[in-house]
Design a protein around this ligand. Structure first.
Ligand SMILES: *Cc1c(COP(=O)(O)O)cnc(C)c1O
Length: 256
């Protein structure tokens, strides 16, 4: 695929198909279709792919690798100022960081992104808050939880989630929005639902604990970021409010 018209056609069709899956999953779960937001995971795909999908109407993009994402964010803003005007955080396109965070990369994330889904330890939370530029709105944050133990190294342990959520909520330049997880891959919908259900249960525990704090940070705690191309239906059945979809939109990734 070379021509931008061709790219647009391809991505617009893929976007419509994913929207259909999300809507069908919502209806099956007796949920309103607009209760689930679609995050387009554009890692390993160039700016031209992001722009084509933005032209088709998509507004939120997820990235995993800091260096790759910075170049892409600049390229998008340069090439399509109308679509990316006002970035960051002005209702144009929003950029979400969803990958593992090294502490030497927090400044770039704090300066360039609107959301971070992958905060999994106190040190990273504190650095992001300290480094968020005063001119920008607070960084929207989800705490990442490792719901399937050894399968993935990222995410705090489930029994650390309440404390880490409360810490994030207390930091001045972060706004705690919810929880995120990447369960171990499971071909069986029942197994997928079990992992997502565990995150939803933990979300309820966090909410209750936050509601008991004097500042009541539970007010903004409304996000369950879970579900990808292969398991978004199970995630929606278990209460996902953001699904993070890459390959179903952009096609198969080459290894970075
Ligand atoms: C790559 C990635 C996704 C998207 O995965 P697909 O299976 O391609 O939809 C979602 N979330 C995270 C954190 C990822 O790293």
């Amino acid at each position: 695929m070379n021509g931008s018209a061709e790219l647009f056609e391809h991505h617009a069709a893929a976007l419509a198909a994913v929207h259909q899956r999300v809507t069908a999953a919502c209806l099956a779960a007796d949920r309103a279709p607009d209760s689930v937001a679609l995050l387009a995971v554009s890692k390993t795909f160039g700016a031209e792919h992001v722009i084509a999908l933005a032209q088709a109407g998509q507004r939120a993009f997820g990235e995993n690798y800091v260096l790759e994402s910075l170049a892409k964010i600049e390229a998008c803003a340069d090439r399509r100022p109308d679509l990316f005007a006002g970035w960051p955080a002005a209702g144009a396109c929003a950029w979400h960081f969803i990958g593992p965070i090294q502490s030497n990369k927090t400044r770039a994330i704090a300066e360039r992104f609107d959301w971070v889904h992958s905060v999994d330890r106190e040190k990273i939370a504190r650095r992001l808050s300290d480094q968020r530029p005063p001119a920008l709105p607070a960084l929207e944050v989800c705490v990442q939880v490792n719901v399937s133990d050894e399968a993935s190294k990222s995410g705090c342990a489930p029994d650390e989630a309440v404390a880490l959520a409360a810490l994030v909520a207390s930091l001045p330049r972060l706004r705690l929005r919810g929880l995120m997880a990447i369960p171990a891959p499971d071909e069986e919908p029942a197994g997928q639902r079990q992992a997502f259900g565990a995150l939803h249960a933990l979300f309820g525990q966090c909410r209750a604990a936050l509601a008991a704090l004097p500042e009541n940070p539970a007010r903004d705690f409304d996000t369950l970021s879970m579900g990808m191309s292969d398991d978004l239906e199970a995630a929606i059945a278990e209460g996902a409010t953001i699904v993070r979809v890459g390959s179903a939109l952009f096609g198969k990734r080459r290894q970075p």
